[in-house]
Design a protein around this ligand. Structure first.
Ligand code: C2E
Ligand code: CA
Ligand code: CA
Ligand code: CA
Length: 280
């Protein structure tokens, strides 16, 4: 038994070592991934619950590693934050999003569908964050109200007052701000009333059992009511079934995002979706 235990331990160590080695290799590779063109962006629509129209889209990064294939951003974004590569990466996502934005027109070409970029805490906390946004907007000629940002409450962990100042400045420019992954962190509710934000994105974990658990449904109803009382818009993430959509609609959701409507699409496919239809 002892020997088996030792062997299991050795295997465990080996696996952990392999995992650490993989992490290091990926962290190293991420540097060149940008240069080699292994990163790309996809876009997922946000659907207006009442009209069924596309009212926005979220830009999501993808990494296609030559050997390992697609690596999830949930895996490499934290690595990039640790190594500082998130700065270069986010600059790149901002450029990408602002470059495709002018082509994303609905309503027969008049209205531009805004694009939202995820901003991680490390990037947000840099002194030049707001200037970077301003710089990219200016260089690409994109209107501030065509770009939106998604932040998490992680941006508030340090220097809350500075965070509020930055958000206020962005909002004054016309950039719409969403609080992402709402309900997964800590003192979410108290943050809400102090933050200059426009939208609250309710995390997918609230949706999974909403049709089978009365408690979950009541929780969602309560959160929606609070968010509405603060004059903010509610986005529901991860809507996968028609049953979820109809219940969440009854509960008062404003916008839906999820596989039921569309998976994240290439810029080209997203453009086609916006042009050719699209009332869900
Ligand atoms: P997130 O910001 O919460 O993004 C939503 C995630 O949910 C995306 O995963 C999206 O593909 C997925 N999703 C959308 N609808 C559904 C659905 O109906 N069912 C399920 N199961 N999932 C759905 P993705 O693209 O893998 O991104 C994961 C996370 O990685 C994101 O979570 C975000 O935190 C981060 N991320 C992605 N792209 C970027 C980026 O460009 N910059 C930064 N800083 N973070 C990013
Ligand atoms: Ca997001
Ligand atoms: Ca989210
Ligand atoms: Ca999430």
């Amino acid at each position: 038994a002892k020997q088996r235990g030792t062997r299991a331990w050795a295997q465990y160590n080996e696996a952990m070592g392999a995992q650490a080695a993989l992490r290091m290799e990926l962290a190293h590779r991420l540097k060149s991934a940008l240069v080699e063109g292994e990163l790309s962006m996809v876009y997922q629509p946000l659907i207006d619950v009442r009209s069924g129209q596309i009212k926005g889209m979220e830009a999501l990064v993808r990494w296609k590693h030559p050997e390992y294939g697609f690596i999830s951003p949930a895996q490499f974004i934290p690595m990039a934050e640790e190594s500082g590569q998130i700065v270069e990466l986010t600059n790149w996502t901002l450029w990408q999003a602002c470059s495709v934005s002018p082509g994303m027109r609905a309503d027969g070409g008049s209205a531009i569908v805004p694009v939202a970029v995820n901003i991680s805490p490390v990037y947000f906390q840099r002194d030049d964050f707001v200037d970077q946004i301003r710089h990219v907007l200016k260089k690409t000629g994109v209107d501030p109200d065509q770009l939106q940002i998604e932040i998490t409450e992680g941006v508030l962990l340090k220097e809350q007052q500075q965070a509020v100042t930055k958000l206020t400045e962005l909002r004054r420019m016309g950039v719409v701000i969403s609080l992402d992954d709402f309900g997964t962190g800590y003192s979410s509710l108290s943050y809400l009333k102090n933050l200059p934000i426009d939208k609250v994105k309710l995390d997918r974990s609230f949706v999974v059992d909403v049709t089978t658990s009365e408690a979950d449904a009541e929780l969602v109803r309560g959160v929606i009511e609070i968010v509405h009382n603060l004059n903010m818009v509610v986005v529901i993430e991860g809507v996968e079934t028609a049953e979820q959509a109809s219940l969440l609609s009854l509960l008062g959701s404003d916008l839906f995002q999820g596989y039921l409507f569309s998976r994240p699409l290439t810029a080209c496919d997203m453009q086609a979706l916006i042009r050719n239809c699209c009332d869900f």
